[in-house]
Design a protein around this ligand. Structure first.
Ligand SMILES: [Zn+2]
Ligand SMILES: [Zn+2]
Length: 392
Protein backbone atom coordinates (compact mmCIF):
# COMPACT_ATOMS: atom_id res chain seq x y z
CA UNK A 1 0.00 0.00 0.00
CA UNK A 2 1.10 3.58 -0.66
CA UNK A 3 1.27 4.50 3.02
CA UNK A 4 3.36 1.58 4.28
CA UNK A 5 7.12 1.67 4.50
CA UNK A 6 9.79 -1.02 4.24
CA UNK A 7 8.84 -2.26 7.71
CA UNK A 8 5.27 -3.41 8.12
CA UNK A 9 4.63 -2.81 11.83
CA UNK A 10 1.48 -2.65 13.93
CA UNK A 11 0.63 0.59 15.73
CA UNK A 12 1.84 -0.90 19.00
CA UNK A 13 5.16 -1.93 17.46
CA UNK A 14 5.53 1.55 15.94
CA UNK A 15 4.95 3.15 19.35
CA UNK A 16 7.62 0.89 20.90
CA UNK A 17 10.09 1.83 18.14
CA UNK A 18 9.37 5.56 18.61
CA UNK A 19 9.80 5.29 22.38
CA UNK A 20 13.02 3.29 21.95
CA UNK A 21 14.52 5.89 19.60
CA UNK A 22 13.61 8.82 21.87
CA UNK A 23 15.14 6.91 24.80
CA UNK A 24 18.44 6.60 22.90
CA UNK A 25 18.28 10.38 22.40
CA UNK A 26 17.67 10.97 26.12
CA UNK A 27 20.61 8.69 27.01
CA UNK A 28 22.80 10.62 24.55
CA UNK A 29 21.86 13.91 26.23
CA UNK A 30 22.43 12.77 29.81
CA UNK A 31 25.55 10.63 29.29
CA UNK A 32 27.33 12.42 26.46
CA UNK A 33 26.25 16.09 26.60
CA UNK A 34 25.64 16.45 30.31
CA UNK A 35 27.83 14.08 32.34
CA UNK A 36 30.69 13.72 29.83
CA UNK A 37 30.94 17.01 27.93
CA UNK A 38 29.58 19.66 30.34
CA UNK A 39 30.80 18.25 33.68
CA UNK A 40 33.64 15.91 32.69
CA UNK A 41 32.39 13.40 35.28
CA UNK A 42 32.51 10.52 32.81
CA UNK A 43 35.11 9.35 30.30
CA UNK A 44 33.68 7.77 27.15
CA UNK A 45 35.38 5.56 24.57
CA UNK A 46 35.81 7.62 21.34
CA UNK A 47 33.55 5.22 19.41
CA UNK A 48 30.70 5.54 21.93
CA UNK A 49 31.08 9.29 22.30
CA UNK A 50 31.03 9.69 18.51
CA UNK A 51 27.93 7.53 18.24
CA UNK A 52 26.15 9.83 20.71
CA UNK A 53 27.35 12.93 18.85
CA UNK A 54 26.13 11.50 15.53
CA UNK A 55 22.79 10.41 17.00
CA UNK A 56 22.14 13.88 18.47
CA UNK A 57 22.92 15.48 15.09
CA UNK A 58 20.56 13.01 13.39
CA UNK A 59 17.63 13.30 15.81
CA UNK A 60 17.85 16.74 17.48
CA UNK A 61 20.29 19.07 15.63
CA UNK A 62 21.84 19.91 19.02
CA UNK A 63 25.40 21.21 18.78
CA UNK A 64 27.80 19.89 21.48
CA UNK A 65 29.69 23.16 22.04
CA UNK A 66 26.52 25.27 22.32
CA UNK A 67 24.72 22.88 24.65
CA UNK A 68 27.79 22.47 26.85
CA UNK A 69 28.38 26.23 27.08
CA UNK A 70 24.76 27.06 27.95
CA UNK A 71 24.64 24.33 30.56
CA UNK A 72 27.92 25.35 32.22
CA UNK A 73 26.66 28.94 32.32
CA UNK A 74 23.44 27.70 33.98
CA UNK A 75 25.51 26.21 36.83
CA UNK A 76 27.83 29.23 37.07
CA UNK A 77 25.04 31.86 37.15
CA UNK A 78 22.21 29.79 38.63
CA UNK A 79 18.95 31.67 39.41
CA UNK A 80 20.38 35.06 38.40
CA UNK A 81 19.53 37.34 35.46
CA UNK A 82 22.40 35.71 33.57
CA UNK A 83 21.11 32.14 34.04
CA UNK A 84 19.99 31.10 30.51
CA UNK A 85 16.90 29.24 31.79
CA UNK A 86 15.99 29.94 35.41
CA UNK A 87 12.23 29.58 36.08
CA UNK A 88 12.76 31.59 39.28
CA UNK A 89 13.93 34.60 37.24
CA UNK A 90 12.16 34.09 33.90
CA UNK A 91 8.95 32.52 35.17
CA UNK A 92 7.98 28.84 34.96
CA UNK A 93 5.67 29.08 31.89
CA UNK A 94 8.38 30.70 29.79
CA UNK A 95 11.00 28.05 30.65
CA UNK A 96 8.50 25.19 30.40
CA UNK A 97 6.99 26.10 27.02
CA UNK A 98 9.78 28.12 25.39
CA UNK A 99 12.80 26.22 26.73
CA UNK A 100 14.20 25.48 23.27
CA UNK A 101 13.90 29.16 22.31
CA UNK A 102 15.91 30.15 25.40
CA UNK A 103 18.68 27.81 24.25
CA UNK A 104 18.73 29.42 20.79
CA UNK A 105 18.95 32.88 22.38
CA UNK A 106 21.78 31.88 24.71
CA UNK A 107 23.89 30.22 22.00
CA UNK A 108 25.93 33.37 21.36
CA UNK A 109 29.57 33.28 20.16
CA UNK A 110 30.62 34.96 23.47
CA UNK A 111 28.97 32.25 25.58
CA UNK A 112 30.43 29.48 23.40
CA UNK A 113 33.88 31.04 23.64
CA UNK A 114 33.73 31.53 27.42
CA UNK A 115 31.96 28.34 28.54
CA UNK A 116 32.39 25.95 25.59
CA UNK A 117 36.00 24.90 26.11
CA UNK A 118 37.10 21.28 25.56
CA UNK A 119 34.34 20.41 23.06
CA UNK A 120 34.80 18.81 19.60
CA UNK A 121 36.30 21.04 16.90
CA UNK A 122 37.46 18.30 14.50
CA UNK A 123 36.93 18.14 10.73
CA UNK A 124 33.55 16.38 10.84
CA UNK A 125 32.29 18.80 13.49
CA UNK A 126 33.21 21.85 11.42
CA UNK A 127 32.21 20.50 8.00
CA UNK A 128 29.15 18.42 8.79
CA UNK A 129 27.66 18.60 12.29
CA UNK A 130 28.02 22.38 12.70
CA UNK A 131 27.92 23.58 9.10
CA UNK A 132 24.91 21.42 8.19
CA UNK A 133 23.28 21.15 11.60
CA UNK A 134 19.74 20.63 10.25
CA UNK A 135 20.73 18.10 7.61
CA UNK A 136 20.53 15.29 10.20
CA UNK A 137 16.88 15.83 11.10
CA UNK A 138 16.01 16.23 7.39
CA UNK A 139 17.64 12.86 6.64
CA UNK A 140 15.82 11.40 9.62
CA UNK A 141 12.46 12.52 8.17
CA UNK A 142 13.30 10.80 4.86
CA UNK A 143 14.49 7.63 6.63
CA UNK A 144 11.38 7.54 8.81
CA UNK A 145 9.03 7.75 5.82
CA UNK A 146 11.00 5.09 3.94
CA UNK A 147 10.93 2.73 6.92
CA UNK A 148 7.50 3.40 8.43
CA UNK A 149 5.53 4.96 5.58
CA UNK A 150 3.05 7.65 6.58
CA UNK A 151 3.57 6.75 10.26
CA UNK A 152 7.11 8.04 9.88
CA UNK A 153 5.68 11.56 9.92
CA UNK A 154 4.26 11.42 13.46
CA UNK A 155 7.27 9.47 14.71
CA UNK A 156 9.47 12.30 13.39
CA UNK A 157 7.23 14.91 15.08
CA UNK A 158 7.53 13.04 18.40
CA UNK A 159 11.31 12.92 17.99
CA UNK A 160 11.46 16.67 17.31
CA UNK A 161 9.38 17.51 20.39
CA UNK A 162 10.92 15.02 22.84
CA UNK A 163 14.02 16.97 23.96
CA UNK A 164 12.44 20.46 23.92
CA UNK A 165 9.63 19.08 26.12
CA UNK A 166 11.43 16.70 28.52
CA UNK A 167 14.87 18.28 28.83
CA UNK A 168 14.36 21.99 28.16
CA UNK A 169 10.84 22.16 29.62
CA UNK A 170 10.50 19.55 32.36
CA UNK A 171 14.06 19.41 33.75
CA UNK A 172 15.06 23.06 33.34
CA UNK A 173 11.61 24.30 34.40
CA UNK A 174 10.10 21.87 36.92
CA UNK A 175 13.55 20.77 38.14
CA UNK A 176 13.94 24.22 39.70
CA UNK A 177 10.33 24.51 40.89
CA UNK A 178 8.57 21.30 41.98
CA UNK A 179 9.80 18.29 43.91
CA UNK A 180 11.79 17.42 47.01
CA UNK A 181 15.17 18.64 48.21
CA UNK A 182 17.64 16.21 49.73
CA UNK A 183 20.24 18.92 50.12
CA UNK A 184 20.24 22.66 50.74
CA UNK A 185 22.34 23.66 47.74
CA UNK A 186 22.47 27.40 47.06
CA UNK A 187 19.91 27.32 44.21
CA UNK A 188 16.30 26.12 43.88
CA UNK A 189 17.10 22.75 42.24
CA UNK A 190 14.73 19.91 43.17
CA UNK A 191 14.41 16.17 42.59
CA UNK A 192 11.21 15.87 40.55
CA UNK A 193 10.69 12.13 41.20
CA UNK A 194 12.93 9.54 42.94
CA UNK A 195 12.74 6.99 40.09
CA UNK A 196 14.50 8.74 37.28
CA UNK A 197 13.88 6.71 34.13
CA UNK A 198 11.96 8.76 31.56
CA UNK A 199 14.53 11.59 31.39
CA UNK A 200 17.55 9.34 31.93
CA UNK A 201 18.25 10.23 35.58
CA UNK A 202 18.08 14.01 35.09
CA UNK A 203 14.97 14.10 37.26
CA UNK A 204 17.31 13.99 40.30
CA UNK A 205 18.20 17.62 39.77
CA UNK A 206 18.73 18.65 43.42
CA UNK A 207 21.28 15.85 43.81
CA UNK A 208 22.96 16.99 40.61
CA UNK A 209 23.23 20.67 41.56
CA UNK A 210 24.62 19.66 44.95
CA UNK A 211 27.22 17.28 43.47
CA UNK A 212 27.70 18.48 39.86
CA UNK A 213 30.96 16.54 39.40
CA UNK A 214 29.43 13.16 40.21
CA UNK A 215 28.54 10.88 37.29
CA UNK A 216 25.98 9.16 39.51
CA UNK A 217 22.84 11.22 40.12
CA UNK A 218 21.03 9.04 42.68
CA UNK A 219 22.06 9.51 46.34
CA UNK A 220 19.58 7.81 48.64
CA UNK A 221 18.57 4.17 48.86
CA UNK A 222 15.14 4.68 47.30
CA UNK A 223 16.38 6.72 44.34
CA UNK A 224 17.06 5.19 40.93
CA UNK A 225 19.15 6.79 38.16
CA UNK A 226 18.76 4.82 34.93
CA UNK A 227 21.68 6.75 33.39
CA UNK A 228 23.96 5.30 36.08
CA UNK A 229 22.75 1.83 35.05
CA UNK A 230 23.87 2.50 31.46
CA UNK A 231 27.22 3.88 32.69
CA UNK A 232 27.84 0.63 34.61
CA UNK A 233 26.84 -1.39 31.55
CA UNK A 234 29.20 0.55 29.26
CA UNK A 235 31.91 0.33 31.91
CA UNK A 236 31.54 -3.45 31.87
CA UNK A 237 32.03 -3.36 28.09
CA UNK A 238 35.14 -1.18 28.46
CA UNK A 239 33.42 1.81 26.83
CA UNK A 240 33.01 4.18 29.80
CA UNK A 241 34.80 5.18 32.99
CA UNK A 242 32.82 7.10 35.63
CA UNK A 243 34.48 9.73 37.82
CA UNK A 244 33.54 11.60 40.97
CA UNK A 245 30.94 9.17 42.30
CA UNK A 246 32.91 7.71 45.24
CA UNK A 247 32.28 8.94 48.82
CA UNK A 248 34.16 12.14 49.63
CA UNK A 249 34.15 11.47 53.38
CA UNK A 250 33.78 8.44 55.64
CA UNK A 251 32.15 7.91 58.99
CA UNK A 252 34.36 5.55 61.03
CA UNK A 253 32.34 3.98 63.88
CA UNK A 254 33.92 4.45 67.31
CA UNK A 255 36.30 7.21 66.23
CA UNK A 256 36.48 9.85 68.98
CA UNK A 257 39.55 11.93 68.09
CA UNK A 258 39.29 14.97 65.87
CA UNK A 259 42.07 16.31 63.67
CA UNK A 260 42.50 18.57 60.66
CA UNK A 261 41.31 15.77 58.36
CA UNK A 262 38.06 15.50 60.32
CA UNK A 263 37.37 19.17 59.54
CA UNK A 264 38.19 18.58 55.88
CA UNK A 265 35.96 15.49 55.70
CA UNK A 266 33.10 17.43 57.29
CA UNK A 267 33.54 20.29 54.81
CA UNK A 268 33.60 17.80 51.90
CA UNK A 269 30.43 16.18 53.15
CA UNK A 270 28.70 19.40 54.27
CA UNK A 271 25.43 18.94 52.36
CA UNK A 272 24.91 15.47 53.70
CA UNK A 273 25.86 16.57 57.21
CA UNK A 274 23.33 19.40 57.16
CA UNK A 275 20.68 16.96 55.95
CA UNK A 276 21.52 14.72 58.93
CA UNK A 277 21.43 17.71 61.27
CA UNK A 278 17.93 18.46 60.02
CA UNK A 279 16.77 14.86 60.55
CA UNK A 280 18.57 14.09 63.82
CA UNK A 281 18.49 17.44 65.63
CA UNK A 282 16.11 20.00 64.19
CA UNK A 283 13.10 17.81 63.50
CA UNK A 284 13.08 15.94 66.85
CA UNK A 285 13.61 19.15 68.85
CA UNK A 286 10.90 20.92 66.89
CA UNK A 287 8.61 17.95 67.47
CA UNK A 288 9.25 18.20 71.23
CA UNK A 289 8.49 21.91 71.17
CA UNK A 290 5.36 21.54 69.08
CA UNK A 291 3.03 21.32 72.06
CA UNK A 292 4.46 24.57 73.42
CA UNK A 293 3.22 26.53 70.46
CA UNK A 294 0.15 28.04 72.07
CA UNK A 295 -0.60 30.27 69.18
CA UNK A 296 -2.83 28.54 66.68
CA UNK A 297 -1.22 30.57 63.95
CA UNK A 298 2.21 29.02 64.52
CA UNK A 299 0.77 25.53 64.85
CA UNK A 300 -0.95 25.80 61.48
CA UNK A 301 2.37 26.77 59.89
CA UNK A 302 4.31 23.98 61.55
CA UNK A 303 5.22 22.23 58.30
CA UNK A 304 6.44 25.41 56.69
CA UNK A 305 8.51 26.37 59.76
CA UNK A 306 10.04 22.90 59.75
CA UNK A 307 11.34 23.56 56.24
CA UNK A 308 12.44 27.12 56.99
CA UNK A 309 14.60 26.06 59.93
CA UNK A 310 16.99 24.17 57.66
CA UNK A 311 16.52 26.22 54.49
CA UNK A 312 19.62 27.64 52.79
CA UNK A 313 19.66 31.24 54.13
CA UNK A 314 20.06 32.93 50.76
CA UNK A 315 16.84 31.28 49.53
CA UNK A 316 14.56 32.46 52.37
CA UNK A 317 12.08 35.13 51.26
CA UNK A 318 11.75 38.26 53.48
CA UNK A 319 8.17 37.36 54.48
CA UNK A 320 9.24 33.88 55.57
CA UNK A 321 12.27 35.28 57.35
CA UNK A 322 9.99 37.43 59.54
CA UNK A 323 7.95 34.33 60.47
CA UNK A 324 11.07 32.38 61.29
CA UNK A 325 12.49 35.22 63.40
CA UNK A 326 9.34 35.49 65.47
CA UNK A 327 9.34 31.74 66.09
CA UNK A 328 12.98 31.79 67.21
CA UNK A 329 12.42 34.83 69.42
CA UNK A 330 9.81 33.05 71.50
CA UNK A 331 11.56 29.70 71.68
CA UNK A 332 15.11 29.72 73.16
CA UNK A 333 15.65 26.01 72.55
CA UNK A 334 14.95 26.30 68.84
CA UNK A 335 17.10 29.43 68.74
CA UNK A 336 19.93 27.40 70.25
CA UNK A 337 19.82 24.57 67.69
CA UNK A 338 19.33 27.08 64.86
CA UNK A 339 22.40 29.08 65.92
CA UNK A 340 24.39 25.86 66.29
CA UNK A 341 23.58 24.91 62.71
CA UNK A 342 24.94 28.25 61.49
CA UNK A 343 28.06 27.99 63.64
CA UNK A 344 28.70 24.62 62.03
CA UNK A 345 28.20 26.04 58.53
CA UNK A 346 30.71 28.80 59.33
CA UNK A 347 33.34 26.03 59.34
CA UNK A 348 33.20 25.82 55.54
CA UNK A 349 31.64 29.19 54.67
CA UNK A 350 34.33 31.39 56.16
CA UNK A 351 37.28 31.90 53.81
CA UNK A 352 40.90 32.48 54.72
CA UNK A 353 40.76 30.65 58.07
CA UNK A 354 43.69 28.32 58.84
CA UNK A 355 42.92 24.55 59.17
CA UNK A 356 44.13 24.57 62.79
CA UNK A 357 41.75 27.42 63.66
CA UNK A 358 38.88 25.53 62.05
CA UNK A 359 39.76 22.48 64.13
CA UNK A 360 39.68 24.63 67.28
CA UNK A 361 36.27 25.98 66.25
CA UNK A 362 34.96 22.44 65.67
CA UNK A 363 36.22 21.33 69.10
CA UNK A 364 34.47 24.27 70.76
CA UNK A 365 31.31 23.45 68.80
CA UNK A 366 31.35 19.84 70.01
CA UNK A 367 32.10 20.80 73.62
CA UNK A 368 29.18 23.23 73.68
CA UNK A 369 26.90 20.66 72.06
CA UNK A 370 27.87 18.05 74.66
CA UNK A 371 27.02 20.38 77.53
CA UNK A 372 23.90 21.87 75.93
CA UNK A 373 21.51 19.57 77.77
CA UNK A 374 19.92 18.69 74.41
CA UNK A 375 20.36 14.97 73.87
CA UNK A 376 20.04 15.16 70.06
CA UNK A 377 22.78 17.78 69.92
CA UNK A 378 25.08 15.70 72.14
CA UNK A 379 24.59 12.66 69.89
CA UNK A 380 25.27 14.75 66.82
CA UNK A 381 28.60 15.95 68.25
CA UNK A 382 29.56 12.28 68.75
CA UNK A 383 28.64 11.61 65.14
CA UNK A 384 30.73 14.53 63.81
CA UNK A 385 33.84 13.16 65.51
CA UNK A 386 33.63 9.94 63.47
CA UNK A 387 34.35 11.69 60.16
CA UNK A 388 37.58 10.91 58.32
CA UNK A 389 38.98 11.22 54.80
CA UNK A 390 39.76 7.50 54.62
CA UNK A 391 37.54 4.55 55.55
CA UNK A 392 38.67 2.99 58.85
ZN1 LIG B 1 19.55 23.18 36.84
ZN1 LIG C 1 24.65 19.97 35.09
Amino acid sequence: MWHSGLLDLSLFQLAVVALGMTHVTIVSVTLYLHRHSAHNSLDLHPVLSHFFRFWLWLTTSINTKEWTAIHRKHHAKCETEEDPHSPVVKGLPRVFFLGAKLYAEAATPENCEKYGQRTPEDWIERNLYTRHRNLGIALLAVANVMLFGVHGVWIWAVQMLWIPFWAAGVINGLGHYFGYRNYECADEARNIVPWAILVGGEELHNNHHTYPNSSKLSRRWFEFDVGWGYIRLFQGLGLAKPKGYRPIAHSVPGKLEMDVETVQAIANNRFDIMRKYRKRVMEPVLQQQKMLFMEQEIRSRYKKLKKLLSREVTLIKPKDQAQLDSLLETNPRLRQIYDKSHELQALWRRRGVKPQEKLQALMVWCREAETSGIRYLEEFAEHLKTYALRPG
